[in-house]
Design a protein around this ligand. Structure first.
Ligand SMILES: Cc1cc2nc3c(=O)[nH]c(=O)nc-3n(C[C@H](O)[C@H](O)[C@H](O)COP(=O)(O)OP(=O)(O)OC[C@H]3O[C@@H](n4cnc5c(N)ncnc54)[C@H](O)[C@@H]3O)c2cc1C
Length: 381
């Protein structure tokens, strides 16, 4: 496997790194504190054309690969977790699912606005009583003439307060099990849909509850129906990689802060980086990051412009999410008591990193999927 970045990818990384350092990182503390959707920083990414990375040129995007999207979010997350999370819908599974499964009319209607950073996409799977067990969702859509009438409650939804379009996982006609699950596109302000309450998270952003009460959705707004569950989960492998890329960026950002601080801070008459105990911590953090990065880049590069392989994506997600919790905590430790204060960015990175093992499928669910795959394919070395 060749991990050498192309000249275009090196330029992409350089561009996003510079803009993150100059324009996004300086705003990160305020964005995290306020918890509002970071329109300003998302606009910066939109103007650079970065939000259209997963969208074909025909619809105004730049037709990039999963690896390109990973590189963008990794760089943004080094500076601002909330901005990276906000961009995840546009470069991630929402856009990829629309590209893969949308009708030509749907793609022409929605994708150009997404690529320009003007249309925000939300994905609604989780319900108050159904999280990991997605095949069991209770939201139901029943066809009534020209419209589907949709009833249900979705919760912990990112960006729902500002989204223009919702990809809503729903059951159709009450059909039980995974066969009944598909996805509808619902535009904001559709009668019967409302954002009912917000939950401020430890990472900074808000998550929202969305209520569908006799919500009327035109029948042509189906995104997937036949084989819907399988198609949606295949698309979701994109999210597994991109969720992990945010964890990777957070760990790298915290590592950078730790290296800087340990070379500046002096105790016992010398830089703390001169103590073997500190050096070994930095070495362990570096090895942890490199190992995760290799797994993530493997999954992303193998995906090309398609969807990542489930096993590779789950392995990368599990490893990278858990690594980010370790590394950001070690970075905080190396800052001593100051690391615990809001004077330094590491405490914010610790809080952001906690997201990874929960969102996009928990670590337990990734372990479950990995083990199932090993046993099904009789995978041995
Ligand atoms: C920051 C953030 C953003 C999010 N954004 C969105 C969004 O935009 N859209 C959306 O739909 N959802 C979103 N979510 C919700 C997220 O997808 C769910 O939190 C996740 O799927 C887990 O579901 P749950 O919280 O209901 O936990 P549960 O499924 O109730 O799990 C609770 C605990 O039990 C464990 N568990 C469950 N089943 C098993 C099992 N079979 N074996 C072992 N352990 C198990 C879990 O790992 C977890 O530790 C977001 C969550 C976060 C934290």
């Amino acid at each position: 496997m060749n991990f050498t970045l192309s000249d275009e990818q090196k330029l992409l990384v350089k561009t996003v790194r510079e803009i993150t350092e100059k324009e996004i990182k300086p705003r990160a503390a305020e964005i995290c504190e306020k918890g509002e959707f970071p329109f300003e920083t998302i606009k910066i990414l939109g103007e650079l054309g970065l939000l259209g990375i997963s969208i074909p040129e025909k619809y105004g995007g730049s037709d990039g690969t999963i690896m390109d999207a990973v590189l963008i979010l990794e760089e943004v997350a080094k500076g601002c977790y909330v901005t990276a999370m906000a961009a995840l819908g546009e470069v991630g599974v929402q856009a990829k699912a629309l590209v893969a499964y949308g009708t030509e009319e749907q793609k022409m209607k929605y994708l150009p606005g997404v690529a320009r950073g003007e249309k925000i996409l939300a994905i609604c799977m989780t319900e108050p009583d159904v999280g990991s067990d997605v095949a069991n969702i209770q939201t139901n859509a029943v066809l009534n003439g020209e419209n589907y009438t949709v009833n249900g409650v979705k919760t912990l939804i990112s960006r729902a307060d500002v989204a223009d379009l919702f990809l809503l996982f729903t059951r159709f006609e009450g059909e039980p099990g995974s066969n009944g699950v598909g996805c509808l596109l619902i535009e904001k302000n559709t009668p019967g849909m409302k954002v009912s309450q917000g939950f401020k998270t430890m990472g900074g952003e808000y998550l929202w509850e969305v209520v569908l009460d006799q919500c009327q959705v035109p029948k042509e707004n189906i995104l997937v129906r036949e084989n819907g569950f399988k198609k949606l989960l295949t698309a979701f492998n994109t999210q597994r990689c991109l969720n992990a890329s945010i964890s990777l960026g957070l760990a790298e950002g915290a590592f950078n802060e730790a290296v800087k601080y340990t070379k500046e801070r002096r105790q016992f008459g010398k830089e703390i980086a001169d103590f073997q105990g500190v050096k070994w911590m930095l070495a362990d953090m570096y090895v942890d990051i490199e190992a995760s990065k290799t797994l993530l880049y493997r999954a992303a590069i193998n995906a090309g412009k398609g969807f990542p392989n489930q096993q590779e994506a789950s392995v990368a997600k599990l490893m990278t999410n858990e690594m980010a919790i370790r590394v950001t905590n070690q970075a905080l430790q190396l800052h001593g008591g100051y690391g615990y204060t809001k004077e330094y960015p590491v405490e914010r990175m610790v809080r952001g990193a906690r997201y990874g093992t929960l969102g996009g499928g928990t670590s337990q669910i990734q372990r479950d999927l990995i083990a199932k795959n090993i046993l099904r394919t009789n995978r041995v070395y």
